[in-house]
Design a protein around this ligand. Structure first.
Ligand SMILES: Nc1ncnc2c1ncn2[C@@H]1O[C@H](COP(=O)(O)OP(=O)(O)O)[C@@H](O)[C@H]1O
Ligand SMILES: [Mg+2]
Length: 151
């Protein structure tokens, strides 16, 4: 059973973000799966309060409008891996993101071998997708989606 807590006021600077960050953190620390959604389109700053600015790559308007993007920060040192054109990897995942639809981020932290780098992209995404569709045994009968459906 999930609960929705709405924190709102007609005035800016009244402490909504601070309250949301602290209550959200407290609930998470108590073991409740917690989603904090900043609905301030113009001045989103919950990510700053939670020290997650570097990880805030989209806002809720991206979700509502179904915008999907590919962040491809992958640098392969060669143009080919065998017969495979390395530049096709980005095109493949862009097509995938648009078809799902989903927003995907591939960020390369290390690696100097094109074969291994691309292999890690496919394996990493496979693991992420497997985790995303896994049934949470604690919430078997619920749909784990803010949209209330999975497509
Ligand atoms: N309980 C509080 N006491 C004093 N200052 C606060 C309190 N809650 C928030 N603030 C400060 O007020 C400012 C606005 O808070 P913020 O949470 O960003 O408000 P809002 O999201 O409503 O615009 C921030 O500088 C914040 O540090
Ligand atoms: Mg705010």
């Amino acid at each position: 059973m999930s609960n929705v807590i709405v924190i709102t006021s007609g005035k800016g600077g009244t402490g909504k973000t601070s309250f949301a960050a602290n209550v959200g953190m407290a609930l998470a620390q108590m073991g409740h799966p917690t989603l904090c959604l900043d609905c301030d389109v113009g001045l989103r700053n919950l990510d700053i309060a939670l020290c997650m600015t570097d990880r805030a790559v989209m806002d809720f308007t991206d979700v509502l409008s179904g915008r999907c993007t590919l962040n491809w920060d992958v640098r392969c040192p060669t143009e080919k891996v065998g017969d495979f054109d390395v530049e096709c990897a980005r095109e493949f995942w862009l097509g995938f993101a648009r078809s799902v639809p989903a927003t995907l981020h591939f960020v390369q932290f290390a690696g100097g071998n094109s074969h291994h780098i691309l292999e890690a992209c496919w394996k990493g995404m496979a693991r992420a997708l497997a985790a995303a569709v896994q049934v949470d045994q604690a919430h078997r009968d619920e749909i784990p989606s803010t949209k209330g459906l999975l497509v």
